[in-house]
Design a protein around this ligand. Structure first.
Ligand code: MG
Length: 402
């Protein structure tokens, strides 16, 4: 038993270990955890997954999410989602569902908060550009980078690099992975080689991500004026809630109507996911986490009808929001900034700050030119949007002589 709160004879509150008895038998549990890479003494007043969550919240990469694009560049307006607020919404949805399903809330929350830590500046445009630059050097993939952030790049602890998270958090963060990369990753890559399912907490965080971005992108898309209510009225998952809200509250302002519709949409998707997942868990009846891993498919699932509606919504958003000409203009600029910075730093590493350059030297000693490219890619991936823009100006704008 890890919490020394047990020795204080205090009858209330959460007791790590003891309170795990409330979890479903297929939930991830500290008792069966595969632990941390570097052995550490157990936390006194927290569970192991709480400790993971707390380490993520205190990391530099987490703070930088505030200034990283979700869809809209941060400086385009204070009202839009950033990667930070997106991650907080994902964690809220994951935690709420985990509690209902008897899953490990702390683990779900840790995975949700960490899932986007590896994102480049400028959203997906940044990731595509950096992957392009890294083609000759093993590529760049934001999900793998999230794992790299928590395993290697954070420098906060005396005894190890990275955050030394539990195996279960690390495995949950690694959502997808090629077999080639999986083979290089050791323990966390195994499930991709053996085609095993992730924990239910990881499945939940993944679905919470989907619920969060589908709905907040409607909200942000409407606010920006890039998409309209008329267009969305063609999409059944929006139209059905919109019609009800309009009927019940005909005099409500447009902004409040949108909030009310989005709120109802989120609620409908969460309800559908909870009810369908409970039915699937009852049917497949996994006895423990291992049976979850061995299940032929995912067990946290939407109903067929909801899944189909979400596919239509995603297609709509891709077509009308993510490929909107104003978003594309930003994407083109982002690609130019990322490629120019990568080229400049790879060509002359002495343009990078000294600590980044010394990391490049270390990686070069291990992997040659690929190591330098990886250090450059780590440096760029860690940048916020505004830092990348400033770096670009500092390097390429002749009137910027500092
Ligand atoms: Mg996300």
């Amino acid at each position: 038993m890890s919490g020394s709160i047990n020795n204080l004879n205090y009858p209330y509150g959460y007791v790590p270990g003891r309170d795990e008895e409330r979890l479903a038998p297929y939930a991830a549990s500290e008792r069966t955890s595969k632990g941390r890479h570097y052995a550490e003494s157990p936390p006194r007043y927290r569970g192991e997954y709480q400790r993971d969550r707390d380490r993520i919240v205190h990391s530099a990469a987490f703070r930088r999410l505030e200034y990283k694009t979700q869809v809209f560049v941060n400086h385009e307006g204070d009202m839009f989602r950033t990667r930070l607020t997106h991650s907080i919404e994902v964690a809220q949805i994951a935690r709420a569902m985990a509690r209902v399903l008897g899953l490990n809330e702390d683990l779900s929350e840790a995975i949700a908060l960490a899932h986007d830590l590896g994102h480049t500046p400028f959203g997906h445009a940044g990731q595509y550009a950096l992957n392009d630059c890294m083609k000759r050097y093993d590529g760049f993939e934001h999900n793998l980078q999230s794992l790299r952030v928590v395993d290697v790049l954070e420098e906060r602890y005396a005894e190890f690099s990275g955050l030394n998270l539990t195996f279960e958090s690390r495995e949950g963060i690694l959502k997808h992975c090629s077999k080639k990369r999986a083979a290089e990753l050791g323990d966390v890559g195994q499930r991709f080689l053996q085609q095993r399912q992730p924990s239910l907490e990881a499945q939940l965080a993944n679905k919470a991500d989907e619920i969060a971005y589908n709905n907040h992108d409607i909200d942000d898309g409407l606010r920006s004026g890039f998409i309209t209510i008329e267009q969305l009225s063609e999409i059944s998952i929006f139209a059905q809630h919109y019609d009800i809200v309009r009927e019940n509250y005909p005099r409500l302002s447009e902004r409040r109507t949108i909030h009310e519709v989005v709120r109802r949409m989120i609620n409908a998707q969460i309800t559908d996911l909870i009810e369908t997942s409970i039915a699937s868990l009852k049917e497949k009846n996994p006895k423990n986490l291992n049976e979850v891993h061995e299940s032929p498919g995912e067990l946290i699932v939407f109903s067929r009808d909801m899944a189909a509606q979400l596919v239509t919504l995603k297609q709509f958003l891709r077509h009308n929001l993510y490929q909107h000409y104003r978003v594309r203009r930003m994407s083109v600029k982002a690609s130019k900034i990322i490629s120019a910075l990568f080229g400049a730093f790879l060509n002359d590493n002495r343009l990078m700050p000294p600590e980044t350059m010394s990391k490049a030297r270390c990686l070069e000693a291990e992997q040659g030119e690929t190591g330098i490219a990886r250090a450059v890619s780590d440096y760029i991936a860690g940048m916020t949007d505004r830092y990348a823009i400033k770096e670009y100006e500092r390097i390429f704008n002749p009137s910027h002589l500092t």
